[in-house]
Design a protein around this ligand. Structure first.
Ligand code: PRX
Length: 568
C-alpha cells in the first residue's frame, strides 16, 4: 500500500491542513524549514538516524545523522549571525554537491535569511547577474570556486562576506574573504532559530525566461506544507527508505525534493558528487541499496543509451519506486525502465515557480507512458484556450497548462520584478508557459513550451542570455538562438550568427567565439553549434523571428509567415 492510498479518495475533502497537522504546525505560529528538517526530527526520537550518506570524487565518503545535521546547521547559523547577518539577508550557496551545501542551506534558513543556491558550474557573468539582482550579502563557497567570486567582487559592493568552507589555511585570503570549517567550529550553546512565519521568504531560485535577465523566484517557509505532502504521496517515502535525488540544489528539484521534502519526513538520503556514468550510478544504487530514485529524463535516456548489459552487472533489486522531472519523459524511457528495473519511472511535472509537484503519476495509479498524469490533490489544473483563457472542454485539444493560484509552495513574486510576476496570471489562472492536452481519462500530455525558452537536459536556457553573450563578441553583428533536436538531451542550443564586415566565417572564428562566451555562460547554456548566416528573418519592425529558425531545425511546417511578420 502506498502513502497516498486511493488517489480518488484523497481528492474528496482535500485540505492542506492534512500536512499542517502531520507537521504539528498551527496557523500563525513560527514555521522554519531549517528547524523542521533537523531539530524536529531529533525531537521525534530520530537524532541517531542517518540523514545523509555522501560520496565525492576519489571514493571519499561522509555520513551525518539528523543530530549532526541539527548541530552543524546551528553552527552555520551561529557563524552567519556572528558576521551580523540577519533575517531576509540574501546568502548565496555556491558549492558542489558537498555536505556543507545541504547543511548550510538549513543554517541560512535557521537565521531567517534567504537561501540563494546557485549552480557551481556557473561562469563569472552568470554568477554576477544573479548576485547583483538579489543584492546578496554573503556567499558560501569552496576554494575551487573562489576565483570566480574574486573576478566579480569589485563590481559587487553589496557582497560583504565571501565564506570559504574548505580552506586549507595555506593560500592568503583576499578582501572580504574568510574561512568557516563546519566540523571544527564550536557548537553554539542555546542556538535559537529565527521565528520565521508562513510568509517569511525562504529560498530564492533563479530561472531563465525568454527575455530579460534571469528571474529570482521567491519562495516562503510555508512552501514546506506542499513539499512535505507531495514528497509523502508522490515520492512515497517510507521510514526505512534510502532516497536518492540526483538533482543539484542549484536547481529547485535539489532543494524542494533534495533537502526539504525528505528531511522534513526524517528520511535517509544519499548524495553522489561525482560526474555521470551509467556504471557509477548503478554502483551507487547497489552499494547504498537505494529504494527510491528521483531523477531526470536526460539521465534516464543516457542510461538507456548505455544499454541493458551494464544494468545486469549490478544488483538493483533494492529499487522500489522511481520518478522523474524536468522535461518530457518519453514513453520509450518509461517502458525501458519497466523492462530493466522492473518498475516504470513515474513522470512528475512542476516548475521553479510552482515550488512543488503539480501534475504527476501516483503510485498505484494506471500509468500511461508518455503522460504527465493528473493534478495533485488540492491543485486545480486545466488546459485553457490560448485566446479566451477558459478551460478547454474538448478532449485532446491543445492549449495552455493553467493552475488556480493558492497552493502553499507557489512563488510569492519574482525578486524586484512584480510586473513580470503579474504577467504570469490571466483570467484567474497561473500560466506556467507550457502547452498540453488532456485525454479522455483526464491525463495530461505535454506538448511543448509556449515561449522560446530552451529546455536542454532539463535545464532552462534563455535564448536572450546566449544572444547577449554572443553580441559582446566583436565579430558578431546579430544573433538568434534556438533549440535543435537531440537524441539524449531532447533539445540543445544552436546559435545563428551574422558577422560584422571584415570577419571570415570559418572554424577558427567559431572556436574563438565559443571560448569567448564560455566565460560568460553556464556550460549548460553553451551552443552545440554555430551557423553563420547572411541575414536573419525579422518582423517588419526588426524583431528576430526565432520561431522560423526553430521550425527549420525541427523540420516543421513554417506555415503562414505573413502573420509572423507582424509584431505580437
Ligand atoms: O517546460 C516545463 C519543463 O520544465 C519547466 C520548468 O523548469 P524549471 O523551472 O527549471 O523546473 C524544473 C524542475 C521542476 C516546465 O515549465 N518540465 C518540467 N517537468 C516536466 C517538464 N516538461 C515536460 N514534462 C515534465 N514532466
Amino acid at each position: 500500500m502506498s502513502n497516498i492510498g486511493s488517489y480518488e479518495g484523497r481528492l474528496k475533502n482535500f485540505d492542506w491542513s492534512i500536512a499542517e497537522k502531520e507537521l504539528g504546525y498551527n496557523k500563525g505560529e513560527a514555521i522554519n524549514i531549517g528547524w523542521y528538517c533537523s531539530d524536529r526530527i531529533c525531537e521525534m526520537g530520530k537524532a541517531g538516524k542517518t540523514a545523509l550518506i555522501w560520496e565525492g570524487l576519489g571514493g571519499v565518503a561522509r555520513q551525518y545523522t539528523f543530530d549532526d545535521i541539527r548541530v552543524n546547521s546551528n553552527k552555520f547559523g551561529a557563524f552567519l549571525r556572528s558576521l551580523g547577518l540577519k533575517n531576509e539577508d540574501r546568502v548565496c550557496l555556491f558549492m558542489d554537491k558537498i555536505p556543507e551545501l545541504y547543511i548550510g542551506f538549513l543554517g541560512v534558513l535557521k537565521i531567517g535569511a534567504i537561501a540563494q543556491p546557485l549552480f557551481s558550474a556557473f561562469g563569472d557573468e552568470s554568477l554576477h547577474v544573479r548576485l547583483d539582482n538579489a543584492e546578496t550579502t554573503a556567499i558560501i563557497t569552496q576554494r575551487k570556486h573562489v576565483s570566480k567570486v574574486r573576478r566579480i567582487i569589485e563590481k559587487s559592493p553589496y557582497l560583504k562576506h565571501v565564506i570559504i568552507v574548505d580552506h586549507d589555511g595555506k593560500k592568503p585570503l583576499k578582501d572580504r574573504e574568510m574561512t568557516f570549517n563546519m566540523e571544527e567550529y564550536e557548537e553554539p550553546k542555546d542556538f535559537e532559530f529565527f521565528p520565521t512565519k508562513a510568509e517569511t521568504p525562504s529560498v530564492l531560485h533563479y530561472t531563465s525566461g525568454t527575455t530579460g535577465q534571469p528571474k529570482g523566484v521567491k519562495h516562503v517557509h510555508y512552501s514546506l506544507i506542499s513539499q512535505y505532502l507531495t514528497t509523502k504521496w508522490v515520492l512515497d517515502l517510507l521510514e526505512d527508505d534510502i532516497y536518492w535525488c540526483t538533482a543539484d540544489p542549484g536547481w529547485v528539484t535539489g532543494t524542494s525534493y533534495g533537502i526539504i521534502g525528505p528531511w522534513s519526513m526524517g528520511i535517509t538520503q544519499c548524495v553522489m558528487d561525482v560526474g555521470f556514468s551509467a556504471e557509477n550510478w548503478y554502483k551507487f544504487i547497489e552499494k547504498h541499496k537505494v529504494t527510491m530514485w528521483y531523477s531526470a529524463p536526460t539521465a534516464i535516456r543516457s542510461l538507456m543509451k548505455a544499454g541493458d548489459e551494464v544494468v545486469k552487472k549490478h544488483n538493483l533489486s533494492s529499487l522500489r519506486h522511481l520518478a522523474s522531472v524536468g522535461e518530457p519523459l518519453n514513453a520509450e524511457a518509461v517502458i525501458w525502465s519497466e523492462k530493466v528495473f522492473g518498475k516504470p519511472f513515474l513522470d512528475t511535472y512542476w516548475q521553479t515557480e510552482t515550488g512543488s509537484i503539480m501534475l504527476t503519476n501516483f503510485p498505484g495509479m494506471k500509468i500511461k507512458p508518455g503522460s504527465m498524469g493528473k493534478a495533485f490533490p488540492g491543485i486545480t489544473a486545466a488546459v485553457v484556450d490560448t485566446k479566451t483563457f477558459k478551460p478547454i472542454q474538448e478532449v485532446g485539444k491543445i492549449g495552455l497548462i493553467a493552475f488556480k493560484p493558492g497552493w502553499p509552495a507557489m512563488m510569492r513574486t519574482y525578486w524586484n520584478n512584480e510586473t513580470t510576476y503579474k504577467s504570469k496570471f490571466t483570467n484567474g489562472w497561473y500560466l506556467p508557459g507550457d502547452r498540453a492536452y488532456i485525454d479522455l481519462d483526464g491525463y495530461f500530455w505535454f506538448v511543448g513550451r509556449d515561449d522560446d525558452v530552451i529546455n536542454t537536459g532539463g535545464h532552462l536556457v534563455s535564448p536572450f542570455e546566449v544572444e547577449s553573450a554572443l553580441l559582446e563578441h566583436e565579430a558578431v553583428a546579430e544573433s538568434a538562438v534556438v533549440a535543435k533536436p537531440d537524441e539524449v538531451n531532447m533539445e540543445v542550443v544552436k546559435a545563428f550568427v551574422m558577422l560584422n564586415a571584415g570577419y571570415e566565417a570559418d572554424d577558427m572564428l567559431e572556436l574563438k567565439i565559443m571560448n569567448f562566451i564560455r566565460k560568460k555562460l553556464s556550460p549548460l547554456a553553451m551552443p552545440q553549434e554555430i551557423e553563420y548566416v547572411k541575414t536573419l528573418p525579422k518582423t517588419r519592425s526588426g524583431k528576430i523571428m526565432r520561431r522560423l529558425l526553430h521550425a527549420k531545425e525541427w523540420g516543421e511546417e513554417i506555415g503562414d509567415t505573413s502573420t509572423l511578420e507582424d509584431d505580437e
